[in-house]
Write a new protein. Structure first.
Length: 400
Protein backbone atom coordinates (compact mmCIF):
# COMPACT_ATOMS: atom_id res chain seq x y z
CA UNK A 1 0.00 0.00 0.00
CA UNK A 2 1.34 3.45 -0.90
CA UNK A 3 2.35 5.70 1.95
CA UNK A 4 -0.18 8.37 2.89
CA UNK A 5 0.73 11.97 2.27
CA UNK A 6 1.37 14.24 5.22
CA UNK A 7 -1.95 15.51 6.62
CA UNK A 8 -4.00 13.09 4.51
CA UNK A 9 -5.59 11.51 7.59
CA UNK A 10 -5.74 8.00 8.97
CA UNK A 11 -8.49 5.54 9.91
CA UNK A 12 -8.29 2.67 12.37
CA UNK A 13 -10.78 0.36 14.00
CA UNK A 14 -11.31 0.41 17.75
CA UNK A 15 -12.06 -2.58 19.98
CA UNK A 16 -15.71 -1.56 20.26
CA UNK A 17 -16.09 -1.76 16.46
CA UNK A 18 -16.17 2.00 15.75
CA UNK A 19 -13.83 3.42 13.12
CA UNK A 20 -11.56 6.19 14.39
CA UNK A 21 -10.44 8.77 11.85
CA UNK A 22 -7.81 11.47 12.43
CA UNK A 23 -6.71 14.44 10.36
CA UNK A 24 -4.78 17.67 10.88
CA UNK A 25 -6.90 20.83 10.54
CA UNK A 26 -6.84 24.38 11.87
CA UNK A 27 -9.04 24.75 14.95
CA UNK A 28 -10.94 27.76 16.27
CA UNK A 29 -8.08 28.44 18.68
CA UNK A 30 -5.83 29.10 15.66
CA UNK A 31 -3.69 26.00 16.26
CA UNK A 32 -3.30 23.20 13.74
CA UNK A 33 -4.32 20.04 15.57
CA UNK A 34 -5.01 16.40 14.88
CA UNK A 35 -8.80 16.11 15.21
CA UNK A 36 -10.65 12.84 15.71
CA UNK A 37 -13.90 11.69 14.09
CA UNK A 38 -15.83 8.45 14.48
CA UNK A 39 -18.07 6.33 12.27
CA UNK A 40 -19.84 2.99 12.30
CA UNK A 41 -18.20 2.14 8.99
CA UNK A 42 -14.86 3.00 7.37
CA UNK A 43 -16.74 4.92 4.66
CA UNK A 44 -18.54 7.05 7.25
CA UNK A 45 -15.30 7.90 9.03
CA UNK A 46 -13.61 8.67 5.71
CA UNK A 47 -16.47 10.98 4.70
CA UNK A 48 -16.16 12.89 7.97
CA UNK A 49 -12.42 13.33 7.41
CA UNK A 50 -13.12 14.55 3.87
CA UNK A 51 -15.66 17.09 5.18
CA UNK A 52 -13.20 18.35 7.80
CA UNK A 53 -10.47 18.83 5.22
CA UNK A 54 -12.87 20.53 2.80
CA UNK A 55 -13.88 23.02 5.50
CA UNK A 56 -10.22 23.56 6.34
CA UNK A 57 -9.42 24.29 2.68
CA UNK A 58 -12.24 26.87 2.62
CA UNK A 59 -10.79 28.63 5.66
CA UNK A 60 -13.50 27.50 8.11
CA UNK A 61 -11.83 26.51 11.42
CA UNK A 62 -12.87 23.34 13.26
CA UNK A 63 -13.94 23.66 16.92
CA UNK A 64 -11.64 21.96 19.42
CA UNK A 65 -12.51 20.49 22.80
CA UNK A 66 -11.82 23.73 24.67
CA UNK A 67 -13.78 25.92 22.29
CA UNK A 68 -15.88 28.69 23.81
CA UNK A 69 -19.53 29.23 22.95
CA UNK A 70 -18.56 32.36 20.99
CA UNK A 71 -15.94 30.50 18.94
CA UNK A 72 -18.26 27.61 18.24
CA UNK A 73 -21.16 29.88 17.20
CA UNK A 74 -18.86 31.72 14.79
CA UNK A 75 -17.87 28.38 13.22
CA UNK A 76 -21.50 27.18 13.14
CA UNK A 77 -22.74 30.36 11.42
CA UNK A 78 -19.98 30.36 8.80
CA UNK A 79 -19.66 26.65 8.12
CA UNK A 80 -23.18 25.33 8.64
CA UNK A 81 -25.89 28.00 8.58
CA UNK A 82 -24.49 30.18 5.80
CA UNK A 83 -23.79 27.15 3.61
CA UNK A 84 -27.08 25.31 4.14
CA UNK A 85 -29.77 27.86 4.98
CA UNK A 86 -31.33 30.75 3.10
CA UNK A 87 -29.83 34.27 3.37
CA UNK A 88 -32.80 35.61 5.36
CA UNK A 89 -32.49 32.73 7.83
CA UNK A 90 -28.75 33.34 8.19
CA UNK A 91 -29.38 37.03 8.78
CA UNK A 92 -31.84 36.25 11.59
CA UNK A 93 -29.55 33.68 13.22
CA UNK A 94 -26.54 35.98 13.01
CA UNK A 95 -28.49 38.78 14.67
CA UNK A 96 -29.61 36.56 17.56
CA UNK A 97 -26.05 35.25 18.04
CA UNK A 98 -24.49 38.72 17.98
CA UNK A 99 -27.07 40.56 20.09
CA UNK A 100 -28.07 37.92 22.65
CA UNK A 101 -26.04 34.70 22.72
CA UNK A 102 -22.47 35.99 22.54
CA UNK A 103 -22.83 38.79 25.16
CA UNK A 104 -24.46 36.40 27.65
CA UNK A 105 -22.83 33.02 27.03
CA UNK A 106 -19.92 33.69 24.67
CA UNK A 107 -17.09 33.27 27.23
CA UNK A 108 -18.38 29.97 28.59
CA UNK A 109 -16.73 26.72 27.48
CA UNK A 110 -19.03 24.84 25.15
CA UNK A 111 -18.53 21.53 26.95
CA UNK A 112 -19.30 23.02 30.40
CA UNK A 113 -22.53 24.78 29.44
CA UNK A 114 -25.37 23.75 31.77
CA UNK A 115 -29.16 23.77 31.44
CA UNK A 116 -29.63 25.72 34.67
CA UNK A 117 -27.67 28.75 33.51
CA UNK A 118 -29.50 28.77 30.15
CA UNK A 119 -32.85 28.58 31.97
CA UNK A 120 -31.96 31.44 34.34
CA UNK A 121 -30.60 33.59 31.52
CA UNK A 122 -33.70 33.16 29.34
CA UNK A 123 -35.83 34.04 32.35
CA UNK A 124 -33.89 37.27 32.82
CA UNK A 125 -34.30 38.14 29.12
CA UNK A 126 -38.08 38.45 29.57
CA UNK A 127 -37.74 40.78 32.59
CA UNK A 128 -34.81 42.96 31.58
CA UNK A 129 -35.00 46.36 29.89
CA UNK A 130 -33.27 45.90 26.53
CA UNK A 131 -32.29 49.57 26.56
CA UNK A 132 -30.35 49.75 29.84
CA UNK A 133 -30.19 46.01 30.76
CA UNK A 134 -31.84 46.91 34.09
CA UNK A 135 -33.70 44.08 35.80
CA UNK A 136 -37.15 45.30 36.74
CA UNK A 137 -37.30 43.56 40.08
CA UNK A 138 -33.60 44.03 40.90
CA UNK A 139 -34.06 47.45 42.51
CA UNK A 140 -36.71 50.12 42.81
CA UNK A 141 -34.46 52.89 41.56
CA UNK A 142 -34.59 52.87 37.77
CA UNK A 143 -31.65 54.42 35.87
CA UNK A 144 -32.20 56.88 33.08
CA UNK A 145 -31.95 55.06 29.79
CA UNK A 146 -34.22 56.77 27.31
CA UNK A 147 -35.66 60.11 26.30
CA UNK A 148 -38.38 59.77 28.93
CA UNK A 149 -35.70 59.94 31.63
CA UNK A 150 -36.45 56.54 33.15
CA UNK A 151 -36.22 52.83 32.45
CA UNK A 152 -38.32 52.19 29.36
CA UNK A 153 -38.75 48.45 30.13
CA UNK A 154 -38.52 47.48 26.47
CA UNK A 155 -38.40 43.75 27.17
CA UNK A 156 -38.24 40.89 24.69
CA UNK A 157 -41.54 39.37 23.66
CA UNK A 158 -42.31 35.71 24.28
CA UNK A 159 -41.89 35.11 20.58
CA UNK A 160 -38.40 36.61 20.59
CA UNK A 161 -37.35 34.66 23.70
CA UNK A 162 -38.54 31.50 21.93
CA UNK A 163 -36.49 32.46 18.85
CA UNK A 164 -33.33 33.02 20.93
CA UNK A 165 -33.81 29.64 22.57
CA UNK A 166 -34.42 27.98 19.18
CA UNK A 167 -31.19 29.36 17.70
CA UNK A 168 -29.16 28.13 20.67
CA UNK A 169 -30.90 24.73 20.56
CA UNK A 170 -30.16 24.33 16.84
CA UNK A 171 -26.52 25.31 17.32
CA UNK A 172 -25.98 22.85 20.18
CA UNK A 173 -27.74 20.08 18.26
CA UNK A 174 -25.13 20.44 15.53
CA UNK A 175 -22.41 20.28 18.21
CA UNK A 176 -23.88 16.95 19.38
CA UNK A 177 -23.81 15.60 15.81
CA UNK A 178 -20.15 16.60 15.53
CA UNK A 179 -19.44 14.90 18.89
CA UNK A 180 -18.19 18.10 20.50
CA UNK A 181 -20.66 17.70 23.39
CA UNK A 182 -22.48 14.68 24.75
CA UNK A 183 -25.99 16.15 24.93
CA UNK A 184 -27.92 19.25 23.96
CA UNK A 185 -28.59 21.01 27.27
CA UNK A 186 -30.81 23.62 25.57
CA UNK A 187 -33.34 20.84 24.91
CA UNK A 188 -33.74 20.45 28.67
CA UNK A 189 -34.98 24.04 28.95
CA UNK A 190 -38.61 24.93 28.30
CA UNK A 191 -39.69 28.43 27.34
CA UNK A 192 -43.24 29.87 27.43
CA UNK A 193 -45.17 29.34 24.21
CA UNK A 194 -45.97 32.69 22.56
CA UNK A 195 -49.52 33.72 21.86
CA UNK A 196 -50.01 33.97 18.10
CA UNK A 197 -52.42 36.64 16.95
CA UNK A 198 -55.20 35.43 14.71
CA UNK A 199 -55.46 38.57 12.62
CA UNK A 200 -58.59 40.51 11.80
CA UNK A 201 -59.52 39.63 8.27
CA UNK A 202 -62.33 41.09 6.17
CA UNK A 203 -65.94 40.18 5.76
CA UNK A 204 -67.24 39.44 2.26
CA UNK A 205 -68.81 42.94 1.91
CA UNK A 206 -65.56 44.57 3.09
CA UNK A 207 -63.49 42.48 0.68
CA UNK A 208 -65.78 43.44 -2.22
CA UNK A 209 -65.52 47.10 -1.26
CA UNK A 210 -61.71 46.89 -1.11
CA UNK A 211 -61.51 45.36 -4.59
CA UNK A 212 -63.86 48.03 -5.93
CA UNK A 213 -61.90 50.87 -4.34
CA UNK A 214 -58.51 49.48 -5.39
CA UNK A 215 -59.46 49.59 -9.09
CA UNK A 216 -58.15 53.17 -9.06
CA UNK A 217 -54.73 51.91 -7.94
CA UNK A 218 -52.00 50.76 -10.36
CA UNK A 219 -51.51 47.73 -8.08
CA UNK A 220 -55.15 46.66 -8.21
CA UNK A 221 -54.17 43.19 -9.54
CA UNK A 222 -51.84 42.72 -6.56
CA UNK A 223 -54.73 43.20 -4.13
CA UNK A 224 -56.86 40.80 -6.16
CA UNK A 225 -54.15 38.12 -5.94
CA UNK A 226 -53.64 38.72 -2.21
CA UNK A 227 -57.36 38.40 -1.46
CA UNK A 228 -58.34 35.65 -3.88
CA UNK A 229 -55.15 33.56 -4.00
CA UNK A 230 -53.82 34.21 -0.48
CA UNK A 231 -50.28 34.93 -1.68
CA UNK A 232 -47.63 36.38 0.63
CA UNK A 233 -46.17 39.84 0.06
CA UNK A 234 -42.77 38.49 -1.01
CA UNK A 235 -44.42 35.98 -3.36
CA UNK A 236 -46.42 38.74 -5.04
CA UNK A 237 -43.46 41.09 -5.47
CA UNK A 238 -41.28 38.21 -6.72
CA UNK A 239 -43.84 36.95 -9.26
CA UNK A 240 -42.65 36.81 -12.90
CA UNK A 241 -44.74 36.86 -16.04
CA UNK A 242 -43.05 33.59 -17.03
CA UNK A 243 -44.87 31.95 -14.11
CA UNK A 244 -48.29 33.19 -15.29
CA UNK A 245 -50.26 31.49 -18.05
CA UNK A 246 -53.39 33.55 -18.67
CA UNK A 247 -54.56 31.34 -21.54
CA UNK A 248 -54.57 28.18 -19.46
CA UNK A 249 -55.46 30.09 -16.30
CA UNK A 250 -52.58 28.92 -14.08
CA UNK A 251 -49.96 30.56 -11.88
CA UNK A 252 -46.79 29.08 -10.38
CA UNK A 253 -45.63 30.44 -7.02
CA UNK A 254 -41.89 29.75 -7.07
CA UNK A 255 -40.00 32.87 -5.92
CA UNK A 256 -39.91 35.30 -3.04
CA UNK A 257 -38.57 38.88 -2.91
CA UNK A 258 -36.91 39.90 0.36
CA UNK A 259 -34.53 42.54 1.64
CA UNK A 260 -31.47 40.92 3.20
CA UNK A 261 -28.70 43.09 4.68
CA UNK A 262 -29.76 46.13 2.69
CA UNK A 263 -30.04 44.26 -0.61
CA UNK A 264 -33.17 43.11 -2.44
CA UNK A 265 -32.82 39.40 -3.17
CA UNK A 266 -35.05 37.18 -5.26
CA UNK A 267 -34.93 33.71 -3.74
CA UNK A 268 -37.00 30.55 -3.41
CA UNK A 269 -40.33 30.39 -1.61
CA UNK A 270 -40.52 30.42 2.18
CA UNK A 271 -40.80 26.63 2.47
CA UNK A 272 -40.95 23.65 0.11
CA UNK A 273 -44.74 23.59 0.60
CA UNK A 274 -44.92 27.21 -0.57
CA UNK A 275 -43.86 26.12 -4.07
CA UNK A 276 -47.23 25.53 -5.73
CA UNK A 277 -49.23 25.76 -8.95
CA UNK A 278 -52.63 27.43 -8.64
CA UNK A 279 -55.59 27.73 -11.04
CA UNK A 280 -56.70 31.29 -11.78
CA UNK A 281 -60.40 32.17 -11.43
CA UNK A 282 -61.85 34.61 -14.03
CA UNK A 283 -61.69 37.53 -11.57
CA UNK A 284 -57.90 37.13 -11.29
CA UNK A 285 -57.35 36.56 -15.03
CA UNK A 286 -59.24 39.77 -15.84
CA UNK A 287 -57.23 41.78 -13.29
CA UNK A 288 -53.91 40.45 -14.60
CA UNK A 289 -54.82 41.17 -18.23
CA UNK A 290 -55.65 44.77 -17.35
CA UNK A 291 -52.45 45.03 -15.32
CA UNK A 292 -50.36 43.74 -18.23
CA UNK A 293 -51.81 46.42 -20.52
CA UNK A 294 -51.14 49.11 -17.93
CA UNK A 295 -47.56 47.89 -17.51
CA UNK A 296 -47.03 48.01 -21.30
CA UNK A 297 -48.07 51.67 -21.26
CA UNK A 298 -45.63 52.38 -18.40
CA UNK A 299 -42.85 50.60 -20.32
CA UNK A 300 -43.48 52.80 -23.36
CA UNK A 301 -43.58 55.95 -21.22
CA UNK A 302 -40.31 55.07 -19.45
CA UNK A 303 -38.42 54.44 -22.69
CA UNK A 304 -34.71 53.90 -22.09
CA UNK A 305 -35.19 54.20 -18.33
CA UNK A 306 -37.14 50.91 -18.28
CA UNK A 307 -35.15 48.04 -16.69
CA UNK A 308 -36.80 44.83 -17.80
CA UNK A 309 -36.83 42.20 -15.06
CA UNK A 310 -39.91 40.28 -16.13
CA UNK A 311 -41.71 41.12 -12.89
CA UNK A 312 -45.49 41.21 -12.78
CA UNK A 313 -45.50 43.89 -10.09
CA UNK A 314 -42.67 46.36 -10.66
CA UNK A 315 -41.95 50.04 -10.25
CA UNK A 316 -42.78 52.52 -13.03
CA UNK A 317 -39.36 51.77 -14.55
CA UNK A 318 -39.48 47.98 -14.24
CA UNK A 319 -37.34 47.53 -11.12
CA UNK A 320 -38.44 45.45 -8.11
CA UNK A 321 -40.76 47.13 -5.63
CA UNK A 322 -39.26 47.59 -2.17
CA UNK A 323 -41.47 45.43 0.13
CA UNK A 324 -41.77 48.19 2.73
CA UNK A 325 -42.73 50.69 0.02
CA UNK A 326 -45.90 48.72 -0.61
CA UNK A 327 -47.25 50.65 2.36
CA UNK A 328 -47.37 53.79 0.18
CA UNK A 329 -50.19 52.14 -1.74
CA UNK A 330 -51.76 50.06 1.02
CA UNK A 331 -52.05 52.67 3.80
CA UNK A 332 -54.00 55.27 1.77
CA UNK A 333 -56.28 52.51 0.47
CA UNK A 334 -57.17 51.16 3.88
CA UNK A 335 -57.55 54.71 5.23
CA UNK A 336 -60.14 55.49 2.56
CA UNK A 337 -62.07 52.38 3.58
CA UNK A 338 -61.78 53.05 7.31
CA UNK A 339 -59.93 49.77 7.91
CA UNK A 340 -57.23 49.01 10.45
CA UNK A 341 -55.42 45.86 9.35
CA UNK A 342 -52.09 44.69 7.98
CA UNK A 343 -51.47 43.81 4.36
CA UNK A 344 -50.82 40.23 5.52
CA UNK A 345 -54.41 40.12 6.81
CA UNK A 346 -55.56 39.96 3.18
CA UNK A 347 -53.97 36.50 3.07
CA UNK A 348 -55.73 35.69 6.33
CA UNK A 349 -59.01 36.83 4.76
CA UNK A 350 -58.56 34.48 1.81
CA UNK A 351 -58.00 31.45 4.04
CA UNK A 352 -60.83 32.32 6.44
CA UNK A 353 -63.37 32.90 3.67
CA UNK A 354 -62.39 29.63 1.99
CA UNK A 355 -62.93 27.76 5.25
CA UNK A 356 -66.24 29.55 5.80
CA UNK A 357 -67.31 28.32 2.34
CA UNK A 358 -66.74 24.76 3.53
CA UNK A 359 -63.57 24.14 1.51
CA UNK A 360 -61.68 21.17 3.08
CA UNK A 361 -58.72 22.34 5.21
CA UNK A 362 -56.21 20.26 3.23
CA UNK A 363 -57.26 22.09 0.03
CA UNK A 364 -56.96 25.47 1.79
CA UNK A 365 -53.49 24.45 2.99
CA UNK A 366 -52.40 23.71 -0.59
CA UNK A 367 -53.75 27.04 -1.85
CA UNK A 368 -52.05 29.04 0.92
CA UNK A 369 -48.83 27.02 0.77
CA UNK A 370 -48.69 26.30 4.51
CA UNK A 371 -46.00 23.90 5.67
CA UNK A 372 -48.47 21.99 7.84
CA UNK A 373 -52.23 21.80 8.11
CA UNK A 374 -51.88 22.65 11.81
CA UNK A 375 -50.78 26.13 10.73
CA UNK A 376 -53.95 26.51 8.68
CA UNK A 377 -56.17 25.45 11.55
CA UNK A 378 -54.35 27.04 14.50
CA UNK A 379 -53.42 30.44 13.14
CA UNK A 380 -56.22 31.13 10.68
CA UNK A 381 -59.22 28.86 10.98
CA UNK A 382 -61.56 30.58 13.43
CA UNK A 383 -65.28 30.73 12.84
CA UNK A 384 -67.04 34.08 12.99
CA UNK A 385 -69.68 34.76 15.65
CA UNK A 386 -72.41 34.20 13.06
CA UNK A 387 -70.91 30.84 12.08
CA UNK A 388 -70.75 29.81 15.74
CA UNK A 389 -74.34 30.92 16.27
CA UNK A 390 -75.56 28.88 13.30
CA UNK A 391 -73.54 25.83 14.39
CA UNK A 392 -74.79 25.90 17.98
CA UNK A 393 -78.32 26.68 16.79
CA UNK A 394 -78.28 23.63 14.52
CA UNK A 395 -77.04 21.45 17.39
CA UNK A 396 -79.75 22.86 19.67
CA UNK A 397 -82.44 22.07 17.12
CA UNK A 398 -81.13 18.52 16.68
CA UNK A 399 -81.08 17.87 20.42
CA UNK A 400 -84.42 19.61 20.97
Amino acid sequence: MAKRANGEGSISRRKDGLYHGRAYVTTTSGIRKRVSVYGKTREEAHQKITNLQAQDNQGVPTPDTNVTVEEYLAYWLAGIVKAQRRPKTYQGYESVVRVHLVPALGKRKLRTLRAAEIRNWLGRLATTCQCCRHGWDAARTEPKCCAAGECCRSHLSRRMVQSVHAVLRNALENAVREELIVRNVAKLVQVPTPDYGIGKGLTVPQARLLLKESRKDRLHALYVLALVMGMRRGELLGLHWDAVDLERGTLIVSSNLQRVKGELLLGPTKTASSLRTLPLPPLVVEALEEHRERQAQERAAAGDRWAERGLVFASRVGTPIEPDNLRRSWYPLRRRLGLDLRFHDLRHTCVTLLLDLGVPPHVVRQIAGHSDIAVTMKVYAHASLDEQRRALGALGERLG
